[in-house]
Design a protein around this ligand. Structure first.
Ligand code: AMP
Ligand code: MG
Length: 494
């Protein structure tokens, strides 16, 4: 029960205890980022008719057989079809119509020749004039066919697919304006600690502001959920039990922060054990060893540590996966790439280490990763000022400048990579990484010989990195593994 388990085991455990929620139907505009809970079909052919892909002339290819630059063929322009218009005439041999992009191609024509390669013989190329063609176009040249994107009745988005912003446009074209999607989990966020005061207050002696609730609620929202921030619960076992029971009865997932270690006033473990089923207490990661998970009243309850960075790690690396699964998603990992460490790192703590770090580009465009100087688990600031987590695997093996290590993104990999971690916090960290005062290192380390490679299998996919100043991004290749992606107090903050 209290055995330290690996991060992967912890995530697997949480994933095994959650299921996609029931479906709800939302307006198309609210469907971006949600997962389709049913197959979605188009009600018409998309596009509904063959149309011109260019401004030009609709022609019959047979009229232009043998046309060359030396002996061009001249056709009479008999009409003009704007987008939205329909040509209903019957052309004779040697006739063509001027046609605009998006206009329906009359059935009697079989190609569109763009303006730029047509020369005026008489008039200005408009109806009544004559134009010369120096080549025969290919069949259906510059024509977008009816049903090219979808056929009437065809499934266009499968159940289980994440609907992207482009997907919203696609579905609009297919007439799908109401979309069945998996419901957003309602997440309760409970801050535990007698020292905490709301951020709206100036903390008195011995007090600090409750910052965790805001970060965790923001994380929950960013992960697609609704979040309710509960009132601060003091370090009182009965008060905590009452809050956890209330949250479990009214929410899909309960997240607490603080009181998760073995101190005299740490009550989340005994509360979960008494109120339900305690399944996990410690994870082999740093920061954030004390991670409690269990089930109360059928609801997953996750007790994060109180230290801000440790709580943040636990949410992003474990809880988020469960919340994504509840929304029907199947990819849970943050995108991770391999970059060169810019400094030596001594590692004494055998836990897998997540260092707040900054990815940037070196002189020749290579990816570099620089750990922030301040790696205290008690701070949010270094996470705000950096753009990734640099990962050192389990074990006490030192890392050296130039080593290739995994770097895990919090953000979309298309976000620009900052070359500066912010004032005072982008210096290489070259001191010894030992046990933090508040996180005693443990001998209970379970064997999980996870290297960056074995985590999820690094592949050689190219990725676009917008800030490669010396080498264009499309020439830059980095190994990338896993691209999971992907968001709202008794007070709803959606
Ligand atoms: P704990 O896990 O309860 O031992 O707390 C560890 C550290 O995190 C202590 O310094 C707490 O004051 C701090 N802490 C606990 N909860 C919060 C919170 N909600 N916001 C900010 N800091 C917190
Ligand atoms: Mg505490």
């Amino acid at each position: 029960m209290t055995k330290m388990i690996s991060l992967e085991e912890a995530r697997k455990l949480v994933l095994s205890r959650v299921m996609p929620l029931e479906a709800e139907t939302v307006d198309l505009l609210d469907a971006a980022g949600r997962v389709a809970a049913a197959d979605l079909k188009s009600d018409i052919d998309v596009s509904p008719f063959a149309h011109a892909a260019m401004d030009g002339y609709a022609v019959r290819r047979c009229d232009l057989a043998g046309a060359t630059a030396e002996s061009p063929i001249t056709l009479e322009v008999i009409d003009e079809v704007p987008a939205g218009g329909v040509f209903e005439g019957t052309p004779q041999a040697g006739q063509c119509v001027r046609i605009m992009t998006g206009a329906a191609l009359p059935g009697c024509f079989d190609a569109v020749v763009k303006y730029e390669i047509v020369s005026m013989v008489e008039g200005d190329g408009k109806p009544g004039g004559r134009v010369a063609f120096s080549a025969q176009p290919k069949e259906r040249d510059n024509v977008r066919e009816a049903g090219e994107e979808a056929r009437a009745g065809e499934i266009v988005v499968n159940k289980g697919e994440v609907i992207t912003t482009a997907g919203v446009g696609f579905l609009a074209g297919c007439g799908v304006l109401r979309v069945p999607v998996y419901r957003k989990p309602r997440v309760a966020i409970i801050p535990i600690g007698s020292e905490l005061v709301p951020p709206s207050e100036n903390p008195g002696p011995g007090h600090i502001r409750n910052s965790n609730s805001y970060a965790l609620a923001a994380c929950a929202k960013a992960a697609g959920c609704e979040a309710d921030m509960f009132d601060i619960v003091p370090d009182d076992e009965a008060a905590l039990e009452a809050a956890v029971r209330e949250a479990a009865a009214t929410h899909d997932f309960v997240v607490t922060s603080g009181g998760a270690s073995n101190g005299d006033f740490d009550f989340i473990k005994p509360v979960v054990e008494r109120a339900g089923e305690l399944l996990m207490t410690t994870v082999n990661m740093r920061p954030g060893k004390a991670q409690t998970f269990g089930i109360v009243d059928g609801t997953p309850v996750f007790g994060l540590p109180g230290n801000p960075a440790a709580a943040y790690m636990g949410f992003e690396l474990i809880i988020r996966a469960g919340l994504l699964k509840m929304q029907g998603r199947t990819a849970f990992e943050h995108p991770t790439i391999v970059a060169k460490l810019t400094c030596d790192k001594k590692k004494k703590d055998p836990r897998r280490l997540f260092m707040r770090a900054t990815l940037s580009h070196g002189e020749s465009g290579e990816l570099l990763v620089t750990p922030a100087k301040n790696q205290s688990s008690g701070l949010f600031g270094p996470i705000q000022k950096t753009n990734c987590m640099a990962v050192l695997p389990e074990g006490a093996q030192d890392a050296h400048a130039g080593d290739e290590i995994a770097a895990c993104f919090w953000m979309s990999p298309k976000e620009p990579l900052s070359n500066s971690a912010g004032p005072g916090d982008n210096q290489p960290l070259d001191d010894v990484v030992g046990p933090a005062r508040d996180e005693p290192s443990s001998d209970e380390t379970t064997s999980s010989p996870l290297t960056q490679k074995s985590q999820t299998g690094i592949t050689d996919s190219p990725i676009m990195l917008p800030d490669a100043r010396r080498r264009p991004p499309w020439q830059h290749k980095a190994r990338i593994h896993s691209t999971g992606y992907p968001t709202p107090s008794r007070k709803a903050i959606s």
